[in-house]
Design a protein around this ligand. Sequence first.
Ligand code: SAM
Ligand code: SF4
Length: 329
Amino acid sequence: MPEPVKMELRDTFNRKIDYIRVSVTDRCNLRCMYCMPPSGPPRCLKPSRILKTEKLLQFLEVARKYGLKKVRITGGEPLLRKDITEIVRAIRDIGVEDLSLTTNGQLLPLFAGRLRAAGLDRVNVSMDSLRPERYREITGGGDLQNVLRAIELAEAAGLAPVKINMIPIRGVNDDEVLEFAALTLKKDWHVRFIELMPVGKKPAARGASSLDGRRVTADELKAAIRAAGELFPMGRSGSSANFRLAGGRGVIGFISPMSDHFCDSCNRLRITAAGRIRPCLFSGCEVDIGAASSEKEMEQLLLYSVRSKEKGSLLQKGVPCGAMSQVGG
Ligand code: SAM
Ligand code: SF4
């Protein structure tokens, strides 16, 4: 039985921190054009550099005593971890209220039932096109059929509501926005449009292949969808501003880290696959969980990371974050 929560974490801007995003691997079976830097896929960590599951769990236990409510498992591709089901079960046993996982869906057909049985609540599945050939190009070799099957099986397993992450890229897949929005008419899925963020180092070094000029903003997307049907506001959930189409069953979410950042309500910390706590995706400050040798030290690292959280807008200041597969998107 998990111990009752005694304390809560507040950062220096009085934001309550109760959400941790955990990257369990930096490896991936895809090569999405917006995730990997134009200079090519980064070198993956040696297995010995990945944070030991035992330490991760110890840290999450400490965070739970300070009010941790929500954990999202991500990567790289988290389903490449052979022990992913055990990780899910162990985090569930810590007693968090909400446990979800973000995946590219390629392996999810094999795992959906097992993950649900292990205590996973929900999945976010990344899917950037409904056209097989285009999907393959965007992801560097992914199979759309696997993702569609994954969504079906996730829903059948009770990993609901299924959330679909779509990154519109001008001239690449932005002509599919209405089709994605229309998915919410028949299904109670959440289709979340995410603004493209810059990856890699400084803009100048990103070079000609950079997608920087191809971002489609949330306002542009809303205008395009509104021209086809009325959008009813449903409030925010975390970083997503939610709407429903007239007659729709599902939700359309807009996540706008670039045009309208949500730093004021940020409630999260991140842990990279190497076990470094990042107060923000764009934070230069990282502390190493692996270096802590006792619960007391873990507690100190947790409190230090929370105190180090910036007010926000680091992205707008042009601070680079490195490849999402490394940091954990
Ligand atoms: N491999 C899994 C997947 O693709 O869902 C989990 C890790 S991925 C880094 C997590 C999320 O980050 C995905 O939804 C992906 O679309 C998003 N992401 C990756 N690169 C991004 C970028 N440059 N801008 C915005 N979102 C990005
Ligand atoms: Fe694509 Fe996710 Fe892999 Fe990045 S980590 S390349 S977003 S599948």
